[in-house]
Design a protein around this ligand. Structure first.
Ligand code: COA
Length: 259
């Protein structure tokens, strides 16, 4: 599919989505959001895609936030509608059975930090900066940021970042557990690809059931142990389970088919 604000490619079953509005530091305007929604749909439906990386063009920004020029004229009703729409798009990332990771290459602010947090995990380059500066604009994060930041780094640190608007550097993000790895700028994509190459060699149904079970931790309406129990059963009802256990017994590498 051709996008005007995204550059996408598939290599070795890894789908790379590059947000490409460098002149506005890859800010999320309505076109980027619609195209991102399509790209996520591609991840869900394209059988050649096993996992995905979201990153931003250039070395300056991952995504510098929602497009402030589009926010400035919204009414309260429109703001609530926008927030719900983007919350739903980001929930689709979080609930994807195929892993989606963020390669954070510069500013990840506001909606950019929220996008990175919706991904299953994050890798940062040394020049990455994270923050929720909405308070500087007299607003609050509306794309899931208050919830995910608190879950990822804890209440005290989250409240401090949310109400001060300060940015943290990549090493602080690593210390806070916001990112899994901190790598030199030039190694960022290679690191993301090498981690996903390992993940892509595993059984896809088992991967999706792990993600489903972990996400259940955060859903107060369900018991995560019940979901894990069901997901465990789902993983047993697969050809890949037979292959994985047989390969171990036969002392060879498994060949998973996703069935
Ligand atoms: N929305 C719209 N445009 C944005 C943007 C955003 N979130 N972030 C950056 N831009 C635009 C700037 O307006 C500028 O455009 P212009 O050249 O047409 O004036 C361009 O991107 C470059 O940004 P600039 O501010 O000149 O770069 P900088 O290096 O001086 O500062 C930041 C970088 C990230 C610190 C600064 O751009 C910034 O604070 N951005 C807003 C971050 C924010 O509040 N995000 C949350 C939004 S809810």
């Amino acid at each position: 599919m051709d996008y005007s604000t995204l550059i996408t490619s598939i290599n070795n079953n890894i789908f790379t989505v590059v947000i490409n509005r460098p002149e506005k530091l890859n800010a999320l305007n309505s076109i980027v959001l619609s195209e991102l929604e399509h790209a996520i749909e591609e991840i869900y439906t394209n059988p050649f895609i096993k996992s995905a990386i979201i990153t931003g063009t250039g070395s300056k920004a991952f995504v510098a936030g929602a497009d402030i020029s589009e926010l400035s004229n919204l009414t309260k009703t429109e703001a609530i509608k926008l927030s719900k729409r983007v919350q739903d798009i980001f929930l689709k990332i979080e609930n994807s059975g195929k892993p989606i990771i963020a390669a954070v290459n510069g500013f990840a602010l506001g909606g950019g930090c929220e996008l990175a947090m919706a991904c299953h995990f994050r890798i940062a380059s040394e020049n990455a900066r994270f923050g929720q500066p909405e308070v500087n604009l007299g607003i609050i994060p509306g794309y899931g940021g208050t919830q995910r930041l608190t879950k990822l780094i804890g209440k005290g640190r989250a409240i401090e970042l949310l109400i001060s608007g300060i940015m943290i550097d990549a090493s602080t993000a690593l210390q806070y557990g916001l990112v899994n790895y901190l790598v030199p700028e030039e190694s960022l994509m290679n690191k993301a690809i090498s981690i996903l190459s390992v993940i892509n060699s595993k059984a896809p149904i088992a991967i999706s059931q792990c993600i489903r079970s972990v996400n259940a931790v955060e859903d107060n309406s369900i018991n995560g142990y019940v979901i894990e129990n069901i997901a465990f059963g789902e993983s047993f009802d697969t050809a890949d389970r037979k292959e994985g256990t047989l390969a171990f017994i036969e002392k060879r590498m498994p060949k998973f088919t996703g069935k």
